[in-house]
Ligand binder design. Structure first.
Ligand code: F6P
Length: 364
């Protein structure tokens, strides 16, 4: 039996299960292959005893519409930075990558499929450079990975954020309020901009365009002066004022100092009040609701395509490459390219032009 191992790493994302199912279903057509899954990304391989599950057709039956990942995930540690607690209670990290590659050899694993975001794909590339047969599958709701038109999970997040805007519009109108919705988007404003257009917000603030609070106030005032008694604002968690920084909170988690983005909406609310904006202002932070639950059909399809392609890349020995979507094709690109940069909202893009064209202020 030939063996391929799959792991899901980083923050979860609607569609991960559809990828796993796509890999397993495609592999089952080639009789000599067995798919195994490592629990919580690479942790399952490194733990003693190992935490590995066999993924056959029965194991993946009906999982394509389930949120999360049946094999778990983690955004901490990994083979190059395994957290080790010191006697004084503080943490240090150990490089266990060689040990992990050796272990995969003993387990008879011929290739690894690593589903994850930019951090996970950097790990894929580093493992590839050490000789591991590895293929990457890109994943993030933020849609900020380059060389792929979309990542699965992103359309689901846009749908959830749009539904939130829809709801907030009605309550803003009833109370004559300004309602601010904070959505995910650490470095890129894809979810914010798309949900602002789809939901009909007046202002949308994204990390790519540091906002001038006076311009935001101007847009609100022009709306109020036309007799509209309410307004809706969508802000990405990574947005910042001109000359400022993203709103970040450092939290100690097991073996890891996590830099959480938190407070962009609250800060904006304070800034608006300081500018003398009169209507009541309320903030909603959508948070992890954007990452959980049922993937929309588009994401299930894209994720399934990624899974099938990833297994086919294993058969073709396209190691060191990552699956990508370049409309209308599913292609493969070198991992080394994929990890070089991020995909930001381009200010000269048609999407930005559309937002401006319907009167959305981007705070500039
Ligand atoms: O990268 C995806 C993402 O959803 C970001 O938008 C967000 O900042 C981050 O994950 C949250 O991660 P965590 O679940 O670790 O708080």
């Amino acid at each position: 039996m030939r063996r391929v191992l799959i792991g899901t790493g980083g923050g979860d994302c609607p569609g991960l299960n559809a990828v796993i199912r796509g890999v397993v279903k495609r592999a089952s057509m080639e009789k000599e292959w067995e798919v195994i899954g490592s629990i919580n990304s690479f942790d399952g391989i490194l733990r003693e005893p190992t935490e590995i599950v066999v993924l056959d057709e029965k194991a993946v039956s009906g999982i394509h519409f389930r949120g999360g990942t049946i094999i778990g995930t983690t955004n901490k540690g990994g083979p190059f930075a395994w957290p080790v607690k010191k006697s004084d209670g503080t943490w240090e990290t150990a490089d266990r990558s060689d040990e992990m590659i050796r272990k995969l050899g003993y387990m008879g694993v011929e290739a690894v499929i690593n589903v994850g975001g930019d951090g996970s794909q950097r790990i894929s590339q580093a493992l590839f450079e050490k000789g591991l047969n590895i293929i990457g599958v890109p994943k993030t709701i933020d849609n900020d990975l380059p060389f792929t038109d979309f990542t699965f999970g992103y359309q689901t997040a846009v749908q959830i954020a749009t539904e939130a805007v829809d709801k907030l519009v009605t309550t803003a109108a009833s109370h004559n309020r300004i309602l601010i919705l904070e959505v995910m988007g650490r470095d890129a404003g894809w979810i914010a901009l798309n949900s602002a257009i789809a939901g009909g917000a007046e202002v949308c603030l994204i990390p790519e365009i540091p906002y001038d609070i006076k311009k935001v106030v101007e847009r609100l005032e022009s709306r109020f002066s036309k007799g509209k008694g309410f307004a809706n604002i969508v802000i990405a968690e990574g947005a910042m004022p001109v000359g400022g920084k993203p709103s970040i909170e450092e939290v100690d988690e097991v073996g890891y100092k996590n830099r959480k983005l938190r407070g962009a909406a609250a800060r904006l609310s304070d800034e608006l009040k300081a500018e003398g904006v009169k209507p009541d202002i309320r903030e909603t932070v959508l948070g992890h609701l954007q990452r959980g639950g049922i993937p929309v059909a588009y994401d299930r399809i894209l994720a399934t395509q990624f899974g099938v392609k990833a297994f086919e890349m294993v058969m073709e020995k396209k190691y060191g490459e990552m699956v990508a979507y370049r409309h209308p094709n599913i292609v493969s690109i070198p991992l080394v390219d994929a990890i070089q940069k991020k995909k930001y909202v381009r200010l000269e893009s048609d999407l930005v032009n559309t937002a401006r064209g319907i009167g959305i202020s981007l705070g500039d």
